[in-house]
Ligand binder design. Structure first.
Ligand code: AMP
Ligand code: ZN
Ligand code: ZN
Length: 408
């Protein structure tokens, strides 16, 4: 009996030491991952504007010529696809703004109550996977980190505030990485809302976007320098990526949806250019499709007839009809095209300008190794593999990520 008690307590102690402290695996320190997102950093900004720091990362690690975003190529669905490895069709954040019939609520990215409501977020974000494996996690912003999902959040997280200077965000991440080992997070996410904001206002090829791209490149340099100075720098893996690209927009390429579509045929319409979710009035689906498709440069689909490459249309938050503007075109719900952006995204991911970036360096990754294409649903598996933890079921493909690793 005494012996049995000893065996049980030894087993409990052992399991606590593996799951409780978050940084010790036996006597080996678990690896670290810092994942940074530069919103709307397009795949070819490196060659257009020059990015010496990212070029150096590529030399010292791996890069993908392009990271393919998920449809719709908007910020919220894509950050959450990166976090979960699931298409928006499977994780439920089906656009930046949508109606959720399951909750009878409208999700909008500017509505804090909705952003912080865990009921919107399906799947398992990678910080939950890490926490379940006993690792500490932290987030200086990421879509989903501000809501309890599966009843969990990162150990440390911040409410999104675009006024926090970028340098302060980097300093905080370095502080987190400098914490005593028992408190130190093994997974950190960091988000910057540029060059998206400048790119929308001035266009992807503007000099304003160029200066922002170059200053973000230096900012990554500051982060790398901070990491290099840490005593455990050789255990830290850094990933720099973006959620989608940015296309050139001209207000003259404007379609007013209700030019051809009688308003009475529509029950609800949500979204924003270039993707709208249309719920037709009772029995009016065929008519709505007919009227919308009279217009040039937009296409309306019955949700079960959307092109297969979009992986979109099965989630119950996607209504009967989905309308998508052609590359570079605007689809609006106001008669005049006033106040439109010079740059935009959200389009079919086959438009090259929607493609984003992926760089990774650290002990897990090869050096000076380039692949042509990765999909952003693959990133979840990259992180779980680096951390050595078991991934939740997801849409990624391990064959695509295997070549990136030193050992595979
Ligand atoms: P969009 O370009 O419309 O897809 O969305 C980009 C915007 O999302 C950025 O300008 C950010 O201000 C905003 N954003 C990013 N993360 C968050 C967040 N966690 N909470 C609220 N807004 C966010
Ligand atoms: Zn974005
Ligand atoms: Zn944007």
């Amino acid at each position: 009996m005494k012996r049995l008690f000893f065996v049980i307590s030894a087993a409990v102690l052992l399991s606590l030491s593996f799951s409780g402290c978050g940084s010790i695996r036996g006597d080996r320190e678990a690896p670290y991952v810092v994942m940074v997102s530069l919103d709307a950093f397009r795949w070819d900004f490196d060659s257009i504007f020059g990015t010496p720091v990212l070029d150096d990362m590529a030399k010292n690690g791996v890069m993908a010529e392009r990271l393919i975003p998920s449809f719709p190529t908007k910020t919220f669905p894509n950050h959450y696809s990166i976090a979960t490895g699931l298409y928006p069709d499977h994780h439920g954040l089906v656009n930046n703004s949508f109606y959720a019939p399951d909750l009878d609520l409208v999700y909008r990215i500017g509505d804090r109550k909705m952003v912080e409501n865990g009921a919107f977020y399906g799947g398992e974000p990678v910080w939950n996977t890490a926490r379940k494996a006993g690792l500490k996690t932290a987030s200086f912003y990421w879509v989903g980190s501000e809501a309890p999902i599966q009843g969990m959040q990162p150990d440390r997280w911040r409410s999104y505030d675009d006024e926090v200077p970028f340098g302060d965000r980097v300093d905080t991440v370095i502080k987190w990485l400098s914490l005593p080992q028992r408190q130190r997070p093994h997974l950190i996410t960091l988000y910057f809302e540029e060059p998206d904001a400048v790119g929308h206002q001035y266009g992807p090829l503007s000099s304003e976007t160029g200066s922002m791209v170059r200053s973000l490149d230096s900012l990554i340099g500051v982060l790398r320098h901070g990491i290099d100075k840490l005593p455990h720098a050789d255990k830290i893996n850094l990933i720099v990526l973006s959620d989608h690209g940015l296309g050139e927009i001209d207000a003259a390429r404007y379609n007013y949806i209700f030019d051809t579509l009688p308003e009475r045929l529509v029950e609800r319409i949500y979204g924003g250019t270039p993707v709208w979710a249309v719920e037709p009035s009772e029995g009016m689906t065929d008519s709505v499709l007919y009227y919308l498709n009279l217009q040039h440069k937009i296409k309306a689909y019955r949700r079960d007839e959307l092109p297969a490459h979009l992986n979109y249309g099965t989630h119950h938050r996607i209504p009967e009809v989905v309308l998508i503007a052609d590359p570079g075109w605007i689809a609006g719900v106001r008669p005049s095209p006033s106040g439109y952006n010079r740059g935009d995204h959200g389009y079919d991911w086959r438009w090259k300008d929607m493609h984003s970036i992926f760089y990774a360096e650290g002990p897990a990754f090869k050096k000076e190794f380039k692949v042509d294409t990765l999909f952003n649903i693959d990133v979840y598996n990259v992180i779980t593999r680096v951390l050595g933890i078991t991934p939740a079921p997801n849409d990624g493909n391990n064959l695509r990520i295997s070549p990136l690793f030193r050992e595979y």
